[in-house]
Design a protein around this ligand. Structure first.
Ligand code: DSN
Length: 421
């Protein structure tokens, strides 16, 4: 894998010049090496991605697009952005790609700006049912600026209620329908959403921030053939730098590009754009398809193990990289489970379950995901053990010391940025 990022030559320079910040970097590497990362939205980028992120491309102002910049001297960084665009289009079979959004939230803001005016109606998944803040939450610009109708999951199946989506679409006549979620463990039927959008004359936006890496690796069906616009992040299962992106039809290309720049952003982060190009290049390799398949297989094993330990998976299982676990039968809140796991070196997040009686700061559930541990090289056997360890420490805080010991042993074998992946 090459030089470790905490011990490379540039790191030594940082350590001499600014030991306080250097120590933060060292401590963070030590933190992830010392435990297990089960946060479904995190991953470990490759050292090649980190090298691009830590490059002099960070210095360059490049407002505009390749060949059409508002600054001189962009001929070199243009090549990075063209590589990122071409690779994204090839990877996802998209007619157009914009690789400048700084994040998934920025990608959604730009997509909404391209397709709607303030006051227009959008239909999206409710946050407490697995949606995202940018899908119309009142505390977010999306809920403030647009008239939002929300759909959720059925109480009995905990699956998206496509009949409800259609009824709401017919009733509200939205300009835009959003499909996609942050805590929905099942496949989304983009074809059904396309049909509903066509029936009411709405644009269809698929926010695939979470499963984009699985789509890149062909482990689950892609949203690209169905949606007018696809927004995504690059740092989750895709394993790239922190950032966002947008794929769209040729018809919407100019609108999307104008919405990203100059409407919502100024200069793109060219080091991040170059790092996205690296990540797309990595995802085009056959090894990435293998990685994506293992992420899903690992998530299933983790979910099945938790279920066998009496921890109920919402919707009964998972088809993706994550599982949502209902803890009510154990009498432990999501917040308490998060604390108990953290004490044992297992990092995961509390998460609302559908129809959760608890407030968002407490919740009745936890969300677990396998992108990080899979990148570290862990497989089904390790995921079974991790499931048992999570169950044990969530049930019994007295088991923290024992569980921590096993977690340390597992982490010591699969240390991020030290072993090959
Ligand atoms: N914060 C991300 C997640 O954890 O799912 C969504 O933006």
């Amino acid at each position: 894998m090459g030089a470790s990022p905490d011990y490379g030559p540039d790191f030594e320079r940082l350590r001499e010049q600014d030991p306080e910040v250097a120590q933060v970097l060292l401590d963070e590497v030590a933190r992830v090496r010392g435990g297990l990362q089960l946060i479904a939205s995190e991953n470990f980028t490759s050292p090649a991605v980190l090298a691009a992120l830590g490059s002099t491309l960070s210095n360059k102002y490049a407002e505009g697009y390749p060949g059409r910049r508002y600054y001189g001297g962009c001929e070199v960084v243009d090549r990075a952005e063209r590589l990122a665009i071409d690779r994204a289009r090839e990877l996802f079979g998209a007619e157009h790609a914009n690789v400048q959004p700084h994040s998934g939230a920025s990608a959604n803001l730009a997509a909404y700006a391209a397709l709607m005016q303030p006051g227009d109606t959008m239909l999206a998944m409710a946050l407490p049912h697995g949606g995202h803040l940018t899908h119309g939450s009142r505390v977010n610009f999306s809920g403030r600026w647009f008239d939002v109708a929300s759909y959720g999951v059925r109480r009995d199946t905990e699956l998206i209620d496509y009949d409800e989506v259609r009824d709401l679409a017919l009733r509200h006549q939205p300009k835009l329908i959003v499909c996609g979620a942050t805590a929905y463990p099942r496949l989304i039927d983009y074809g059904v959403f396309r049909g509903i959008a066509d029936e009411v004359g709405a644009w269809l936006l698929a926010d695939v921030a979470h499963p984009i890496g699985l789509m890149a690796g062909r482990a689950i069906p892609s949203a690209v053939p169905y949606a007018d616009v696809v927004t995504f992040t690059t740092h989750k299962a895709l394993r790239g730098p922190r950032g966002g992106g947008i794929l769209c039809t040729a018809e919407l290309a100019a609108r999307i590009d104008r919405a990203v720049f100059p409407f919502i952003q100024g200069g793109p982060l060219m080091h991040a754009v170059a790092a996205k190009a690296v990540a797309f290049g990595e995802a085009l390799r056959p090894e990435f398809a293998d990685y994506a398949r293992r992420v899903v297989a690992n998530a299933r094993t983790l979910c099945d193990t938790l279920a066998a330990e009496g921890m109920r998976p919402v919707s009964g299982g998972t088809d993706t990289h994550l599982a949502l676990i209902d803890l009510r039968e154990l009498g432990v809140s999501g917040a308490e489970a998060e604390r108990r796991c953290a004490a044992a070196g297992i990092t995961l997040n509390r998460n609302a379950i559908p129809y959760d009686p608890e407030p968002a700061a407490v919740t009745s559930g936890i969300r677990v995901g396998t992108p990080c541990v899979t990148t570290q090289g862990m497989g089904l056997q390790e995921l079974k053990e991790i499931g048992s360890l999570v169950a044990r420490v969530v049930r019994d805080p007295g088991a923290v010391a024992d569980v921590r010991e096993r977690v340390s042993a597992l982490a010591a074998i699969h240390r991020p940025y030290l072993s090959e992946y």
